[in-house]
Design a protein around this ligand. Structure first.
Ligand code: ADP
Ligand code: MG
Length: 256
């Protein structure tokens, strides 16, 4: 059984002015422990698809199954990490990371020990009393990820998590975030418009067309080397082949 099954998802947005068809018949599976990326041109419907998977919006038709169960509404098995890190500037790192559990009244001693462990493992413990503005962009993303991990989700949902970072930082931070997700044994579904990022991090890439988004191709990525980090993947001879294969499918300029 797959961890997440996306089945025949359609989405139309109705506004007073118009009807927008965002998604057409989207289906794919995500296995436990897998890192799946969804790529597609800007505005094609990627965030819409993630919000549907996360149970935040209801599709016009189609279903999402998690561990074989039909998902209705938000599941605590999922953890969402947004495009901007959405840290609260007036709270310290520690209070930001604990916030979700506090709201759920689940911030007990055991949870505090777990959070302390996460902050120590990922080099943030000495910054626990700092405020977000005192941190680098990469550190902020790590704090945001740990805040999501504190709720112990099984599946992480990431919407363009590195897009606010400059290029060099993005390379390093994507490497770190990948490492944390793998080490914590999580399944991940990430949206990005950056093909290189998708190829370097994922085992499977779902390529969407321009809006209305249909699946153009599902690419399985395998560098046939164990423990290859995203940074190392970028140097592998097969990297270009995957990149070009996906680039060709995206047809940024072609009118259809
Ligand atoms: P992406 O994340 O790929 O950039 P989105 O999923 O955000 O794309 O948006 C896909 C399309 O749906 C866009 O044309 C956008 O304008 C439209 N859209 C998104 N959210 C809404 C909404 N709440 N109401 C109406 N249209 C929307
Ligand atoms: Mg988006």
């Amino acid at each position: 059984m797959s961890k997440v099954e996306v089945k025949n998802i359609y989405m139309n947005y109705h506004t007073l002015a118009a009807e927008t068809v965002a998604l057409e018949d989207i289906s794919f599976d995500v296995e436990a422990g897998e890192f799946v990326s969804i790529v597609g041109p800007s505005g094609c419907g990627k965030s819409t698809l993630l919000n549907i998977i996360a149970g935040l919006i209801k599709p016009s038709s189609g279903e999402i199954f998690i561990d074989g169960e039909l998902q209705e509404g938000y599941s605590s098995k999922l953890g969402y990490m947004f495009q901007r890190d959405q840290l609260f500037e007036w709270l310290t790192v520690w209070n930001n990371v604990c916030l979700g559990l506090k709201i759920k009244r689940m911030l007990n001693e055991e949870a505090k020990v777990k959070i302390e462990g996460l902050l120590k493992n990922y080099n943030l413990w000495e910054f626990k009393d700092h405020y977000p503005r005192q941190l680098s962009g990469g550190m902020r993303q790590r704090v945001a990820l740990i805040r999501t991990l504190a709720l112990n989700p099984e599946v992480l949902i990431l919407d363009e998590p590195f897009s606010a970072l400059d290029y060099q930082t993005r390379l390093n931070v994507s490497d770190e975030i990948f490492h944390i997700i793998k080490r914590e044994g999580k399944t991940a579904i990430m949206v990005t418009h950056d093909i290189s990022e998708a190829v370097s991090m994922s085992s499977k890439i779902v390529v969407l067309s321009k809006r209305p988004a249909v699946i153009k191709k599902i690419v399985n990525v395998d560098f046939e080397c164990d423990n290859l980090t995203p940074l190392k993947c970028r140097e592998h001879s097969k990297f270009r082949i995957y990149f070009n294969d996906i680039w060709k499918e995206m047809d940024y300029n072609e009118e259809e």
